[in-house]
Design a binder for this molecule. Structure first.
Ligand code: UDH
Ligand code: NGS
Length: 321
């Protein structure tokens, strides 16, 4: 009798969890970009999203806790569309989730004057000893600072808040086109953006790891996070792919049918020129990955704002005098 009570109790527990496959999934999503969309409208459409862009399914206990980490600079329009699609998408997957948005950098003291975002990027370039930095040209964002230094920080700050079991590192301009593309982690690091419209809905090359990837905290730590030593455009995503195998893991992917993404069309970002050193850096990943990455990021948290649709994290990565 005792045993059957116990079994019943367990069943109740089980019932409490959301089903393994969400009944709310609807498959392919038609993605378009309505003009005049406002963040207030996105908020109204997502009444169950709470401060900081957090959500839990109301009727069952989520089986997965996923943090979405988005680097962003000068892409407000993209962010709006991203939030418009991603909130309902994640809710249909019955996930417990949070959205972290790494947008604002701390204003830093530069020659006694408070300056903003660009300076910070400039400073990092200086550290990375890029030609632009040396010549004192104020460039835009190297993707490495946007994607990788910020991703490393995003990882740490998200984990500080909650025990996430999966982290999605997500370009702001990619909208998933099928909600069966689960925003959960696999046994191996997952490259989710296998089929992007701009590549004709297939991989551009076998080792491609760009756009959207999902790592558990363990995966992330095993590969020492992402590199910090790239600047400008290109190669860092390939570096991450290499790290995955150097750390003894392999890449998992959804099927071509469901790992589909539409990219919001845009022009090249100003100041994010192609990095001519990307190939020589890639050739050295094997020697550098253990020392450069998660364990070598230095920054100070300046603020954390819990906005209605996302958590906005502001950091200062310091300045060399
Ligand atoms: N990002 C920004 N602002 C920038 C640059 C990058 O927010 O100024 C973020 C954003 O999340 C973006 C991601 O970094 O989605 C990746 O940036 P990217 O410029 O590497 O990639 P994207 O797909 O553009 O947006 C591809 C430009 C093609 C360049 C071809 C050079 N040969
Ligand atoms: C490769 C780049 C990747 C980039 C990919 C797709 O050549 O960083 O193209 O680029 N690798 C190197 O440059 C070594 S895209 O078509 O999105 O601009 O992600």
């Amino acid at each position: 009798a005792n045993l059957s009570h116990l079994a019943q109790a367990f069943n109740k527990e089980d019932l409490h969890y959301c089903p393994k496959t969400s009944p709310l999934l609807s498959g392919p999503i038609h993605v378009s970009f309505p003009s005049g969309l406002t963040l207030a409208q996105v908020e109204r459409k997502n009444p169950l999203v709470v401060r900081g862009g957090r959500y839990r399914p109301p009727d069952c206990e989520a089986r997965h806790r996923t943090a979405i980490i988005i680097p962003h600079r000068n892409r407000e329009q993209h962010l709006k569309f991203f939030l418009y699609y991603i909130h309902p998408f994640l809710q249909r997957q019955q996930l417990s989730y949070g959205i972290y948005h790494l947008l604002r950098f701390a204003p830093v003291l530069h020659s006694g004057v408070k300056t903003a975002t660009f300076e910070l990027i400039f400073i990092f370039r200086k550290r990375a000893k890029s030609p632009e930095a040396k010549s004192g040209v104020l460039g835009g964002c190297g993707r490495e600072i946007v994607l990788f230094l910020l991703m490393n920080i995003g990882f740490r700050e998200a984990m500080r808040e909650e025990d996430w079991d999966c982290l999605f590192f997500h370009d702001v301009d990619l909208i998933p086109e099928d909600d069966r593309n689960m925003y959960t982690c696999d046994r191996n690091p997952k490259h989710a953006a296998i089929a992007m419209d701009k590549f004709g809905y297939k991989l551009p090359y076998k080792a491609y790891f760009g756009g959207v990837s999902a790592l558990s905290p363990l995966h992330y730590l095993k590969m020492n996070g992402f590199p910090n030593n790239y600047w400008g455009w290109g190669g860092e995503d390939d570096d991450i792919g290499i790290r995955v195998s150097l750390a003894g893991m392999s890449i998992s992917r959804p099927s071509l049918k469901i790992g589909r993404y539409k990219m919001i069309k845009h022009k090249l970002d100003e100041g994010n020129g192609v990095n001519p050193k990307r190939f020589s850096l890639l050739a050295k990943t094997q020697q550098t990955w253990r020392a450069d990455g998660m364990n070598s990021v230095e920054y100070e948290l300046v603020s954390r704002e819990y906005l209605p649709l996302y958590t906005n994290i502001t950091v200062d990565v310091g300045m060399e005098h």
